[in-house]
Design a binder for this molecule. Sequence first.
Ligand code: COA
Ligand code: AMP
Length: 640
Amino acid sequence: MKNKQQITTMSYDAFYKRSIVDPEGFWKEQTNALEWYIPPKTILSEDQNGYPQWFADGELNICYLTIDKHIQDGYGDQIAFIYDSPVTQTIRKYTFNEVKTEVAKLAGGLTSLGITKGDTAVIYMPMIPQVAFAMLACARLGVTHSVVFGGFAPHELAIRIDDSRPKAIITASSGIEVDRLIAYKPLVDEAIAMAAYKPEKVIIFNRKLGAKIPFQEYDVDYEKLVSQSEEVPCVPLQSTHPLYILYTSGTTGKPKGIVRDTGGYATALKFSMQHIYDVKEGETFWAASDMGWAVGHSYILYGPLLNRNTTVIFEGKPIRTPDASTYWRVMADHKVSVMFTAPTAIRAIKKEDPEGLFIKNYDLSNLRIQFLAGERCDVATLEWYRDHVPVPVIDHWWQTESGWPMIANMMGVEYLPVKPGSAGKAVTGYQIVIFDENGKELPPNEEGYVVIKLPLPPGTMLGLWEDEIRFKAGYLTRFPGYYFSGDGGYKDKDDYIYITGRVDDVINVAGHRLSTAEMEEIVASHNAVAECAVIGINDALKGQIPLALAVIKSGDDTEHFQLEYEVVQLVREKIGAVASLRNVVIVQRLPKTRSGKILRKLLRNIVDGEKYQIPSTIDDETIIGEVTEAFKNYGIGVFK
Ligand code: COA
Ligand code: AMP
């Protein structure tokens, strides 16, 4: 059965208004774009805690919708995945038929190991097709997957194992970072040894690249499992069934397990592919990210496949694999129509090839739109891209929590004029408001907290994994009736929204979301450190990078270079190299309020050379001179 496509002929304003005035009617209509086992009758309801949920009595299976359905509709020979790996010099294409066979057999293998609906499984893999097969096999059975970014260290993996309590971990023998082989199996074994909870099985896909795979009792060979198993069908699931848990950094050392539903998510993603990304069924869509992030889940895997797009699984970087031409080569080779990446990737390319000379060597005539997200898009990056590639460049804003864009230029509805520096206007279903400290709406151009009136549209978070209290405290209680995004920003008189950055201790390093609170805990654990603060400072390439300030214990004679080396190693060991902490500044004291709160924003403003007001609550103003002097001595930030 082919489903109706809901392409609107309305203007953005009219379409947006409809979504706000009649959310139930609006989203019910969008559910028609999917094939449900049982179409929902209840459109919007509340869970036992009064939090809105969508399509509660509908039943579907997202693996069916992304794979089997396209085969039934006659598209089995269409390419579903293009695996393009400059680091192994491989390009391999998989049709929907091939993906279905692999996924259905892997799902059969999981079943044979006793992993069934209601269980959880952690997936810790590099950017290879098997990561997608593993996610889809879980989705086929109703096993809630939790993909952990391959760049995270065993300690981070252990935290996620303890929280999500997976019956199995699915992994691969190794990842490749530019030219360095990273053996995954020892990291998985180390994480399991650290974790209090022990998974029953570890399923390993051997890439045969030479990495050691130390044997443990719980090991299962991926290829053997698939080859010995029969295909199994999709399990019908309730719309609210948790498709996945995806951990993201919060304001404490413990990451937050964002839980995504099935039906609301599928509806929202399908809608977004057409109305935001304006990509037609059958075209090639490429999101250059990692499956371990929200972008990977929504726009490498589920979104494009729901829309019957060919999607690119890219194992490489914008530079150094082998050079700054790679993105253009991938776009040309695979006839990419719509592309999505983070501004930091474009900054990296621009730095290597400022004149855009590589671009001229490739045929980019298929490319229609370039989307950017993951961090604030600086105007220079947007303009550089526009100057070199003649397509609309669209910034848009979203979070792991939302799962799909909340602010954008809805290209499939109406291409609105782009205002550089703004992420665009509110996406249908999101009533975005700028509040002051007391929850009073601010007038145009005044900066405040970015909040969203409840209910959020379908596809956004269902809650935090087994942590109702933190979910409410983190998102819902600050401004009752509104979702608190954690970002600051303002709206102009035309309702364009400008995101100015986080208002909490979360930082964004090369499009990776990290917690400074977590890094502080690690820095503080060093023997020589009496007290510390970690702040995010401006960085021309990565947007932000962390900087640690440490007060040394009295009597300790650790030299600066030694402390810096050891602290940097400690953070790499506990979080992963991806944290990108490189500098530690030793100070005599940290600036604090009289009640003892460290004034991190003040520190940031000083090191970034921004104007600041000395808070009236500061304990001792003379510390400002001391820390400024320290930044100068170490040549940090604007004092370089
Ligand atoms: N496994 C193991 N290590 C990893 C890793 C992974 N999956 N990903 C990154 N790392 C390591 C890197 O090797 C590097 O280690 P090093 O300090 O020993 O050199 C460190 O973590 C930092 O990596 P990265 O942030 O990738 O920095 P980089 O300097 O290697 O590259 C960019 C800079 C801008 C090219 C790169 O960050 C990039 O491609 N960013 C785009 C990110 C993106 O698309 N994010 C998705 C959000 S939409
Ligand atoms: P993540 O959950 O990893 O996707 O990170 C979400 C955070 O990244 C947001 O809360 C913002 O702080 C930031 N972010 C994402 N996209 C944008 C954007 N287009 N403009 C500004 N900030 C962004």
